[in-house]
Design a binder for this molecule. Sequence first.
Ligand code: DI6
Ligand code: FE
Length: 423
Amino acid sequence: MTQPNVHLVMDCHAATMATGGAPYGTIRDAALVIEGERIAWIGPRGDLPKSWSERATRTDRLEGRWITPGLIDPHTHLIFGGTRVDEFEARNTGTSYAEIAAAGGGILSTVRATQAASEEDLSAGGADRLRALAADGVCVVEVKSGYGFNLNEELKMLRAAHHAGRLAGVEVVATYLGLHALPPEYRDDRAGYLSYVCDTALGAVAARGGADAVDAFCETIAFTPEETERYFRRAQQLGLKIKLHADQLSDTGGAALAAKYGALSADHLEYTSEAGIAALAAAGSVAVLLPGAYYYLRETKRPPVEALRAAGVPIALGSDLNPGTSPVASLLAILNMALILFGLTPEEALAGVTREAARALGRDDLGTLAPGKRADLAVWDIAHPAELTYWLGRQLCRGRFIAGTPVPTPSIPGDFCHGLRAH
Ligand code: DI6
Ligand code: FE
């Protein structure tokens, strides 16, 4: 059996994001050994075992740059047709949400545009948005359906999400958002829509394998806890993991419901109660905070960060990239918003898009630079990891490796990985 290639990464500083040691898991003047797709060794360059140097078939010297785990965006809706810029302009020239909704705007206008779009166009638009995230060092992105409504259109979205990932050089993890909004044709038949989703669509999605998890919008303007629970029970029977848009605009008990079903994550959480937080802690579910939607909606009720910290609930961050409430195609901007708007520390924010984001996707092979983890890493032109939360609008990323392979990112000027061959 051929030995996997051994690739050394040297002349760098590592923010490993591993816990229990220095802040950010920092190793200065580090060396990292990649064997095949996995990290085999990481530590101070002076401690590098000779056996690895002797076996190395390639050495990349990063000229004093920093490396972190490849960033992970655990919450996006980036497959969609059209945009909502017209509503955005109306909202910022005095039109109310209610007037926009009454005029047929909101999620339903994106549903119409998504249903009208070809799968190819959805992939191309999604790939463009993934490339923007990749320029910020993102290697893995969760992408939800939810603008298709009927099964065929939802499956079209899920296929487009995976194809967009291949086009953009990003790993896509897909989620079926089967309860996003009530289709107009079911306005007077909620039970009928729930039966369609739970008794027909979910089984077909599970059978086709296009989604690892399910999600729902549990909110007074969307689906009730009872409707959501019926959906979760069916998803769990089908072996699908659980995520939930919970307590974004009101306390509907969403976090506690997500925890009851062992959810990977409960997301938004602006209105989550102490009981909901305790339930998340007991279940080991991750709190995914989404400052982009909070910012665009001009929300005023911050998520209970202090209480989540005190209860030991892991905190992850996502862009919630969607055309209506969070058209944010920069995960570094989300880091900055998490500090300024939610009071996270720089280290918590960076953990939120590495170690804790991996946990929110159920991916124990990702999220830190440690032996055994998949060799996803991002290369940075910074002097300190906190710079990743500090600058807005600068191109700090100088390259990405996914599973040990350099992935050139066209939108990264001076991309360290451009032209490098796969090892
Ligand atoms: N919560 C949100 O903020 C987005 N979906 C959801 O469940 C809104 C999506 C949109 O407005 O298109
Ligand atoms: Fe969302």
